[in-house]
Design a protein around this ligand. Structure first.
Ligand code: VGL
Ligand code: ZN
Length: 192
């Protein structure tokens, strides 16, 4: 079955040193790059999503939201993390491009046409990695399942913000209960 690796929001602002860092992000880049290289060799599409807010986005504290300003379109913080390998034939998906529209779920499928893009490519199955387990990864995986994609969460390649310590554990449980498979990247590459 044709599949894609979806690498969610691995951007400077969500990494150590950024304004809204998930924990332990430095250890994410090397295994991610290994999996990305493996995908290139095996002709599996890599999809990179970016949290991509206008400067006055409604999710930012000063505009009525809850987050410190982060991943502002075109800013350094919105760039992909240092050292992340982006193969030439990747699909880049920007999330949250409209200041008035609030993506209430954090999903990479909301207002992005990701579903139809994957559909047109005949992709029926995705594996999800990236940041944050408890926000964008969770919402994207739940939407993928809702749209009928088979879905695996790569447990060693997701990182959490964990506003509450238990958030990422609950998110992983919820994704599994909804139908996602939880595998390490090594297990996923072995069965793929
Ligand atoms: C995200 C918090 C705010 C995410 C985006 O990509 O998980 N989290 N905006
Ligand atoms: Zn955001």
């Amino acid at each position: 079955m044709k599949k894609a690796l979806v690498i969610i929001d691995v951007q400077k602002d969500f990494c150590e040193g950024g304004v809204l860092p998930a924990s332990d992000t430095f250890s994410l880049i090397e295994p991610l790059n290994d999996a990305i290289n493996w995908c290139v060799k095996n002709d599996i599409l890599c999809v990179f999503t970016r949290d991509w807010h206008p400067v006055n986005h409604a999710s930012f504290i000063e505009f009525g939201g809850t987050w410190k300003p982060h991943c502002v379109q075109g800013s350094e913080g919105a760039e992909f993390a240092e050292g992340l390998f982006i193969p030439g034939h990747s699909l880049i998906i920007d999330i949250e491009t409209d200041s008035n529209k609030l993506n209430t779920t954090y999903s990479a499928f909301e207002n992005t046409n990701l579903e139809s893009k994957l559909d047109r490519l005949g992709i029926k199955e995705i594996a999800a990695a990236g940041i944050a387990t408890d926000y964008c990864v969770r919402a994207t995986v739940l939407d993928a399942l809702k749209y009928g994609f088979k879905c695996t969460v790569l447990t060693d390649m997701v990182r959490a913000i964990d506003v509450m310590e238990i958030d990422s554990i609950e998110a992983l449980g919820e994704m599994e209960d909804t139908g996602a498979k939880l595998l390490t990247s090594e297990e996923w590459m072995n069965v793929s």
